[in-house]
Design a protein around this ligand. Sequence first.
Ligand code: GDP
Length: 456
Amino acid sequence: MDFSATDTIAALATPTGTSALALVRVSGLACRDLAKEIFRRESPALPERRAMHGLYHGVDGRVLDDLVWTFFPGPKTSTGEDVLELTPHGNPLIVQLILADLFARGCRAAEPGEFTRRAFLAGRIELTQAEAVMDLIHARSERALAAAQRQLQGALGRHLEGLIERVLEALARIEAYIDFPDEDLPPEDRGQVVDRIADVLRGTNRLLATHRYGDLLREGLKTVLLGVPNVGKSSLLNALVGRERALVSAEPGTTRDFLEEPMQIGPHLLRLIDTAGLNSTPGEIERLGIEKSLERLAEADLVLWVVDCTQPLPELPAETAPYLRPDNTLLVLNKADLLPAPPLLGSLLPQVYVSARTGAGLEELRAAIVARADSFAPALAAEEQLAVNARHADALRRAEASLQAALDGLRAAPPSPIELVSADLRAAMDALGEIAGRIDNERMLDSLFATFCIGK
Ligand code: GDP
């Protein structure tokens, strides 16, 4: 991607469509002059950080809108540059005219994520915070929002900073001896270095352990719905989700073999997967469906097996047995309103007795689902509750490998040369630094920011 840092960029930051107001963001060196020309400011001083009311004059002198504008002087802005924010009326036509006018005045359309990228390049935020901006915009549950907010406030960056510091301390201890090849690292120093590295390894381990939770927050709890027809799966879903279903938007452009629907349950996002193919005794034709269902089951974070409590427990294909465990499966006994008391079922799976019709037991079911999702949260204090993404996890794994190599080298008999240990520690430091963006890798930045939306 060909980004030029000197261009002044402009983009609509709000969704296209009709609304009360829209927000057009402009960032770059030309903002000051643009504001003066567009709003016909005579005096050389431009009001700063103050919402101003004015008429937007196009290059041809035509008034395009009557709007509120704010000029933010760099570098303490969202991009680190001068920023001009315009809030025209939310008519797509007005927005189009204004953007066309800004382009005619020399601005360029911003690439996806370019505002955030500039903030990163200007050192306003580090990479984990840039990613948090993305997570924040796309978060679809309260837990995901909270994790993104913590990351945006720099919690992950500070955590990594602490780890890097420890590696540096270890490095400093051994590098003092590099210049004296005849001297061995004194056992006392060796012990301290080993302790520090082991400490950092525990830290990276703890962070890596948050990856699964991070996935869960970003993608939703993979919940597979099982059950033969007519047990009340649809009724149950509607009853369970009710009003909340509308809050979750469907993901565009995804085609799947299975009906897959994101929905909120309490503070969590569920990715509900309906495996229509999984019936009791399959015929030949149903085999394929079962194969696919088994794949979904293998990936499931939670299985909701819905049964009609007035009927005997249906037999499921034998291959499903390993996937239905007490720790990941809830046996949902529906139609409780038809029986005076819960039936006695020969199953070790935890059971919830509900009625989609009357709503009885739904709170219990909801709580059980939330508890399952919460069980993935790493055992950390709420304010330290981080959730690393795939990019972080990859770098953390590389850091771990290098740290382990350093540790093995120090513990070997005879110990590895200090130069080798030092090289391993440097590699670990680089990998950790990469997470915060301390690398010069255009391609990585391109692919990362390309996933952003325009105007962000
Ligand atoms: P699905 O095929 O598993 O999705 O089942 P449906 O949700 O379509 O329900 C099948 C039938 O069972 C419908 O006639 C529902 O009205 C009925 N049903 C669903 N849940 C309950 C319940 O809790 N109690 C009673 N009495 N009937 C229910």
